[in-house]
Design a binder for this molecule. Structure first.
Ligand SMILES: NC(=O)c1ccc[n+]([C@@H]2O[C@H](COP(=O)([O-])OP(=O)(O)OC[C@H]3O[C@@H](n4cnc5c(N)ncnc54)[C@H](O)[C@@H]3O)[C@@H](O)[C@H]2O)c1
Ligand SMILES: N[C@@H](CCC=O)C(=O)O
Length: 523
């Protein structure tokens, strides 16, 4: 059995002193990526590439004149064909040995690994991640494929002999796939999350229809394009187009046996309710966050300001794990504020494929408008400490660039403190006792990630014992609340952040795509 190891490309480049090589490979990959732009991409249904007459263009959020690709617009009928194909392929694929399935996904992971700089370069243009964040996304997809292959083998295909006190009863349990899964993916991790969910469904013997986000479908196209000829026709299908049409068709289909959804709370909850209205079929729903960090008076304020800034503004706050609220002890609040504001003002904003750029654009015009509205509300009800501007200099005017923004003095029940914005927008609130801070941190419908900065072990214990979130960190200056690693830090949301309590990239993830059968043979 092949042991699991994280890809961890940038981390290894640092530890092996090969960062120059990393950058050289990336620069070359940008040239290769540019050659791909503007091509036309098909749907993939029943092992066939289908080019629709109706198409839509995906442009870069950094520059609307860069066309990433022209994608086929699937109809409801195409989506139903994809579901039927997946249904027909189920018998043959579910009877393929688990060892073979694991081998195919390892092969796919190796292929991704060999092309990771190209895939990273594509993503910097496609959804606006900087090169480090984009490499992290591609690495995570590779990790998911290898980790799930490892889990499948370690658990012997989820088969287990059990014992019975009556020697005449020979017993065993086996986990079996459900059938057809609809996979509905978000724009912000177009490689990791789309591929992670789809791998979860397929490697366990289910078949799938993948619908990526319309703003970032290319990363997952490369995955399906590699995979579809290696598995039975129809086992994986790829449909692009409107979420409310195709996603809805998947959710409403009687032939879909499970849904893996990652996206907003609004769409996730609606889908969950619709899908489980009259049946007990599984709906795995990973949703949003309003993630807090707590800075105590015992914190190292340099580390705290660095960690909160990275968590709030990495990929423009467009991570479900982004830190959007920070509770700072009154005694150190002024110092903390001055440090984080100073650091934030120095962040380099620009084209995300450029070497020193920290912050690229937000994903689209809707996000830019949402930013403007949030800024207006913040001006009205609080105080903006830095940021608040849409950037439209001549270099940036063709994209959706906004300043990382820090706001304070908002009432605790203000919508900017309560609602997920998914923008580079951080609210700083003050507190007097740690107990109060933890209560405030927990006063949210979400429970995804959280962080604390303190050099007092007792305070850390109190935080870990009381905080209501699935992924929690202490003193993490690389990022207070984001950047979980597959296997080490299974990614799981509590409350309205997730429906299952099981973490992606953890030991309990794959079992959700199967149901257990207990078998007894009597002498
Ligand atoms: N918990 C997690 O692990 C996690 C990870 C990444 C992102 N997210 C969340 O995802 C959101 C951002 O992603 P997004 O903007 O792409 O989310 P979104 O909810 O707008 O879209 C997610 C997917 O649902 C599709 N969709 C839209 N309307 C639909 C409908 N009516 N029926 C079915 N499908 C529909 C979209 O096309 C897309 O593919 C944030 O809320 C973020 O917190 C959560
Ligand atoms: N798993 C990612 C977040 C995914 C959501 O957007 C992290 O840990 O930062």
């Amino acid at each position: 059995m092949t042991e699991f190891e994280n890809e961890f490309t940038w981390g290894r480049a640092i530890s092996q002193n090969t960062t120059d090589e990393f950058h050289e490979k990336f620069e070359k990959a940008v040239d290769d990526a540019k050659k791909e732009f503007g091509k036309k991409y098909p749907l993939i249904i029943n092992g066939q590439e289908i080019y629709s007459d109706e198409t839509f263009f995906v442009t870069s959020p950094s520059d609307s004149q860069i066309t990433i690709g022209e994608f086929s617009k699937a109809t409801i009928s195409d989506t139903n064909d994809a579901i039927s194909s997946a249904k027909n392929a189920f018998e043959i694929w579910s009877n393929t040995s688990y060892l073979k399935r694991a081998e195919i996904f390892r092969e796919c992971a190796d292929y991704f690994s060999s092309r990771k700089f190209f895939l990273t370069a594509i993503m910097t243009f496609e959804n606006g991640k900087n090169r480090f964040e984009a490499m992290g996304d591609v690495d995570e997809a590779i990790d998911f494929m290898r980790f799930y292959a490892f889990q499948l083998e370690k658990n012997k295909g989820f088969y287990k002999q059990t014992s019975h006190p009556n020697p005449r009863e020979k017993t065993q349990t086996i986990m079996k796939p459900y059938g057809v899964w609809g996979i509905i993916a978000p724009f912000n991790f177009p490689s990791a999350i789309a591929i992670g969910m789809t791998t979860g469904a397929l490697i366990t013997g289910n078949t799938a229809v993948l619908k990526p986000a319309s703003t970032a479908p290319l990363s997952s196209f490369y995955f399906v394009n590699f995979l579809f000829s290696k598995i039975p026709n129809g086992a994986i299908n790829f449909v692009t187009g409107s979420g409310s049409t195709l996603g809805k068709t998947l959710i409403e289909s009687k032939d879909v046996d499970g849904i893996a959804f990652t996206g907003s709370r609004e769409v996730g909850m609606q889908g969950f309710q619709e899908f489980t209205k009259t049946t007990t079929k599984p709906f795995i729903s990973e949703m949003g966050g309003k993630n807090p960090a707590i800075v105590t008076k015992n914190a190292d304020l340099d580390k705290a300001s660095e960690g909160v800034m990275n968590a709030a503004f990495g990929f423009g706050g467009q991570k479900c794990s982004a830190c959007s609220r920070v509770y700072v002890h009154n005694d150190v609040a002024d110092q903390f504020i001055s440090k984080i504001v100073e650091k934030t003002k120095k962040l380099r904003i620009g084209m995300p494929w450029q070497k020193d750029v920290f912050l690229g654009p937000v994903i689209n015009n809707d996000a830019k408008i949402k930013f403007e509205n949030a800024v207006n509300l913040a001006k009205q009800d609080g105080e903006i400490l830095t940021g608040g501007i849409v950037l439209n200099s001549s270099e940036l005017e063709k994209g959706y660039f906004v300043e990382p923004t820090i706001v304070t003095k908002l009432p605790e029940d203000h919508k900017l403190v309560k609602e997920e914005l998914f923008l580079p927008f951080l609210c700083i609130q003050r507190y007097d006792t740690l107990d109060d801070a933890i209560k405030l941190a927990n006063q949210t419908e979400y429970g995804l990630t959280a962080g604390i900065f303190s050099n007092d072990e007792k305070q850390l214990e109190e935080f870990f014992s009381k905080i209501q979130a699935g992924v929690v960190y202490a003193n993490r200056f690389a990022s207070a609340t984001t950047a979980a690693l597959v296997s080490s830090q299974p990614f799981v949301g509590w409350k309205n952040s997730g429906s299952t309590g099981k973490g992606a990239g953890g030991e309990n993830y794959l079992q959700q795509f199967m149901r257990s059968q207990t078998q007894t043979r009597c002498d």
